[in-house]
Design a binder for this molecule. Sequence first.
Ligand code: SF4
Length: 370
Amino acid sequence: MTTEPLLDIADLVVRFGPVRAVDGVSLQLPPGPYGLALVGESGSGKTTIGRAALRLVNAVGGTIRFEGKIVTKLRGRALKDYRRAAQIVFQDPDNSLDPRMRVGASVAEALAAHRIATGRQARERAGALLAEVGLDPAFVVRYPHQLSGGQRQRVAIARALSVQPRLVVLDEPTSALDVRAQAAILRLIGELRTQRSLSYLLITHNFGIVSELCEQTAVLYLGRIAESGPTGVLLDRPAHPYTRALRSAVPELGAHSRAARVILPGEPPDATKPPPGCVFHPRCPLAIDRCRTEVPVLRPVGAGRMAACHRAEEVLAEAAPAKAAAGGAAPAAAPGAEAAGPMPSASPGSVPASTAGDNPPGSTAAAPQA
Ligand code: SF4
């Protein structure tokens, strides 16, 4: 990374009682437009990392820097500025919208809280923000229950953007939505990323949504990074068996899904009693004796790539013939597919705008705010 990172997480440790929910994770996110995906199953630590970055949970080890300043040391005005610069969009929009408050007032409230605008000016800005996220500005007078799930998520995004953040943590932003609304919200997020030069920390269990939004991806397992690197390369040729299994579970990855489906046995282990050696070994189809005793360190396995697996080179070598057998077809354009450089050749913002499939309950007309 050549520019100073916007967000720099080093050796982060977060504990919940006896559980090391995050165990020595280091990540960097450059200024936008840029995306870093944190991918993993439930309990992998991905959400905790996002929340620690926003000071919503306490870290017991490591440092988190935003534009060079240590986030945990911010106080007073500097902390307020950080709270404005770093926003979160939750999985469930109802977490950020008061059901008793009209949506225009919800957005205006955020503007007032950060002294950006008050009164009539705030209400006018709220309408403009609704328009920016593809909603009819007249929706300012509606209550959340009068909107569809996708529309409520648009309002939540408008509220987050109202304070002009530079970093947005997207915590499973489409998981609570139906399939058509998911696609529309993902397009919107991609467009806003470019238009507003946003940096995204995208938290998801679904590999299928990262390629259009994130140049870099880190795959997490039991609080540690299993693999990280440019998203396109990771999807095309994983170096870790866990990444390979997650990727194979997403049929819509198209050119990235040449490999056969890998079904992992069982669930992630009890985090209070992590297995010895490689924490993934009880579920890993490639586990050998060494894996049961020796912890694999996260190490370079290619340009801009890291993997914590004793057999990463073999996993990579296995992936190569699959590419040749498929006729050497180039993978779909994905951020970061060519190198570890900060900018991709294909911009997520190039995805055409559409709000289809996001209509409120009972709606039949094709409305612009759908
Ligand atoms: Fe599997 Fe061993 Fe690699 Fe762990 S170190 S992912 S158990 S092959």
